[in-house]
Ligand binder design. Structure first.
Ligand SMILES: [Zn+2]
Length: 360
């Protein structure tokens, strides 16, 4: 797996929306699906000509996909919304959240710092673009909220979708270890975030403990929880932005609550979302498609019906038959639909196999 594939992997998150407890502020926004309905999605990246968008959206519609999570800039996104509507496809703004380069000179202090004292601004882990910002810092939160406000305010946008809403992987999915020549059998300092002055100061003010002084930080429950909580706090702020704009908010997350907490400190069942789109990518965990059903079920059980779960499927490492089986397993585990990664790179054979399941 090369770097580009690695980014693709880490960057696929999805959406799911429900009505009920978190009713949008604007009456015009209806729940995306009735409780008993299934809904299917796809992530799509990159700009393309209008005619190419039309062709893609027609393909999605043909296999039963009705929502596209699109990662392009706000201007391009605004132009795509009416084109998607021609095919009955709703468009969600796919926002890469905590990973963001470009402010290293202006605000080097915004970037997360590992247990060795290295900033992702200058020494990112794994790959050179892995520049994550610190979730504890108020200016970082305001910066993210401003971007979310621009995306959520696009005319006709159907939702705000968070991806990379996390710290860098303290432990990578096991299939990626050989790529980087590492074995992450526990938490190691170069991949453990964030130990910046703000994070250390906030934690010490609450507990009297400087996390850098901990012999094994992975065993200090309060410090582990602090990292969960700071990401959750960022989600709360972005959720308020979406609510104010009258659009639902969803997030792409790691496959199950236990894996998400262990690898990237996402405690996603606690987040104030309208739906969650876990990346149930079996290949990255060296598992077969039979792993998908119990993994989905763990998330559905932990959510306790608070909002729906849509299962992200990684098409590139599945044959058409395996993709169909993956979709069946996801639905059997309680997913209310599937999310295809990536919608613009899926073969006709894969679409045909998937469509047979989704339209059954
Ligand atoms: Zn920090």
């Amino acid at each position: 797996m090369d770097r580009r594939q690695f980014l693709q992997v880490s960057g696929a998150g999805t959406v799911g929306l429900a009505g009920g407890a978190s009713a949008p502020a604007r009456a015009a926004v209806a729940p995306l699906s009735a409780p008993a309905d299934l809904k299917h999605w796809t992530w799509v990246r990159g700009t393309r000509l209008d005619a190419e968008w039309r062709q893609l959206f027609g393909q999605f519609r043909d296999v039963g996909i009705t929502a596209a999570l699109i990662d392009v800039d706000a201007e391009a996104l605004a132009a795509v919304v009416p084109i998607a509507a021609e095919s009955g496809i709703e468009v969600h703004a796919w926002m890469i959240t905590m990973m963001e380069g470009g402010f290293e000179d202006e605000h080097p202090e915004w970037y997360a710092v590992n247990r060795d004292g290295e900033s992702t601004a200058t020494d990112p882990p794994y790959v050179d673009y892995y520049k994550f910002m610190c979730p504890s810092r108020e200016p970082v939160r305001r910066h993210k909220e401003a971007r979310a406000r621009r995306l959520a305010g696009i005319e006709g946008i159907a939702g705000l979708h968070l991806d990379y809403i996390r710290v860098p992987d303290v432990i990578l999915p096991s299939a990626l270890w050989p790529t980087y020549g590492i074995v992450q059998d526990r938490e190691y300092a170069p991949y453990d975030y964030c130990y910046c002055e703000v994070c250390r100061g906030r934690f010490e003010a609450r507990t009297g403990i400087d996390p850098l002084a901990l012999e094994d930080p992975s065993q200090n429950r309060a410090w582990v929880q602090y990292r969960y909580d700071t990401i959750t706090e960022v989600v709360h702020g972005l959720s308020q932005v979406a609510r104010a704009a009258g659009v639902p908010i969803t997030a792409a997350v790691f496959p199950s609550p236990s894996i998400a907490r262990t690898l990237v400190r996402q405690d996603w069942p606690r987040w104030p979302l309208d739906a969650v789109l876990p990346m149930v990518y079996n290949w990255f965990y060296e598992e077969g498609t039979d792993w998908i059903e119990p993994t989905v079920r763990e998330g559905v059980t932990d959510l306790g019906g608070r909002f729906p779960l849509y299962a992200g499927l990684y098409v590139a490492e599945l044959t058409p038959d395996q993709l169909a089986e993956a979709a069946r397993r996801a639905l059997a585990g309680g997913a209310r639909g599937v999310v295809v990664f990536e919608g613009a790179g899926t073969s006709p054979e894969h679409w045909a196999a998937l469509g047979a399941v989704l339209r059954a």
